[in-house]
Design a protein around this ligand. Sequence first.
Ligand code: SER
Length: 604
Amino acid sequence: MGRFFIYRNNFEIISFCCILVLMNHEEIRKKFIEFFKKNGHESVPSSSLLPDDPSVLLTTAGMQQFKKYFTGELDPMQDFKSKNTVSIQKCFRTSDIDEVGDERHLTFFEMLGNFSFGGYWKEEAIKYAYEFIAKEMGLEIDYVTVFDPEKVSAGDWRRGVPYDEESYKIWQKYVPKEKIRREGADNFWGPTGNEGPCGPTTEIYVDGIEIWNVVFNQFYRDKENKLTDLKIRGIDTGMGLERLAMVSQKKKNVFETDLFESIVRELPEEMEFKTKLIFTDHARSSAFLISDGIRPSNKDAGYVLRRLLRRVITYNYIWLRSHPESKFSFRTLIDEVVSQYGYIYQNLNREIIAGVCEEEYVKFNRTIEKGLKELDVLMEVDAKKAFDLYQSFGLPYEVVKELAGSRASILNRDDFDKKFVKHQEISKAGAEKKFGGHGLLLDTGELKAKDEVELKKVTRLHTATHLLQAALRKVLGSEVSQKGSDVTAERTRFDFAFGRKLTPEEIKKVEELVNGAVEADLPMQFKEMSKVEAEKTGALYFFREKYPERVKVYFAGKSLEDAFSKEFCGGPHVTHTGEVGKFKIAKEEAVGAGARRIRGVVEN
Ligand code: SER
């Protein structure tokens, strides 16, 4: 407690001296909330990092807690007595985990935001944003951007959204025309998760960085990328507090701002800069995740926390190995985070946070050693081996590169990243949509489609392939296992291990089973889980493929337990098996010894 008060007093003295020149984060927070309160907004506290919304893992934006006011499911007048709100929201972005260390990326950050649910629209939103940045903060705007579908790549669903001429015109009242740029997909936001409110944006740049994203929520996007007009149009804005502090305090990076200074100070001076950034970022994010009730695990948000902690533990391990006399401990960083933020977020509890970190440390310490041992016996470490070590033991690239020394001379970040990207392409939506290049809209290796029409057909045939494999096993036994699969808009071609030709009765039975599942219109869903857990569910997987530690199990049925079919898969699939349509086996033949090939089609 003593330390907390001493720290706060010092801080206030420092900040008092600096107010005249620079604005500290407390000032910025106050200014933001006051400005919007003065303009008719109700101030709402941050919600938890663990959202009350199954479509997203963690809270990534201020709008998360307001999603239902945008869709009209909840009434802002009833809950806030106003159609407009303002907040400072705790956010976490998993996509940035691997980027941390490059000065610009943070996993945890706070987002300043003003919102309107059917209240004001573009005219006021742009005026507020301009006034706050230029007048309240005294910052000079480099340029602003508005949405233009012409700048969106061909095939992208956002190409159908109209050009935002209205924003272009409004901005001319505040900045010269040359400062208004037209941009593509970056100027369209949302939805979070796979469906929800979304719309074009206008973004404000100061000192070369984007600091404010103003979203005009006017559409609802469903799972099929179909846009419908929202009944209530809304405003959703987001500005990272850390970035705003950086430009207003004239710092080179966010880590030099008063939000980080005291945490960075706890790190050994001679530690590499990049390592310092990782420790600092991860100390903040772990502290906040743990305080919002998340615990390390192999699932969902718990898995995110585990990755952060394991990265920190590895760096800690390495640091202490080369600096055995060092007194550095991650605990001091956690203490500093709590001192810095404890008065704003009262649920930050240093004992609980430290306890969780310690427990993970004890668990992971064993694996690090195993991973390092594995690394020790390798004569040469290339990208593939480094990636295997990353997958199996969680050893980050940097750690492998550093520890393997000359044995890793051929290892470089680019090759490793390529493996990473390739692996993400296979595992992730498995169905990442690709544009340009070979001109295919979808190409996962297994599934290929050149446009939206083909994509729909391929998706139906892909689900049919899962039903087919399940039906084959029910009729022919578990000897049946996938040897290959290739799906185009015309047909699915499925190869499987089986010793003889199928009888006409068997073929008929398989078709009947598949069509029975189609008629039952079973929900086609997926659950993401660790590979080990996924194997335990009895889900089928393709032996030739190397799966990541986290996989998706797609299943047809109400629950995973009594599903008609379950398989490791990246998608995409229909949402209900009824969409597949009537299935027919067009051909059955031998393909090599002990293997059969089925061509299946679905009716148009
Ligand atoms: N939702 C938008 C964002 O996260 C604006 O708040 O950038």
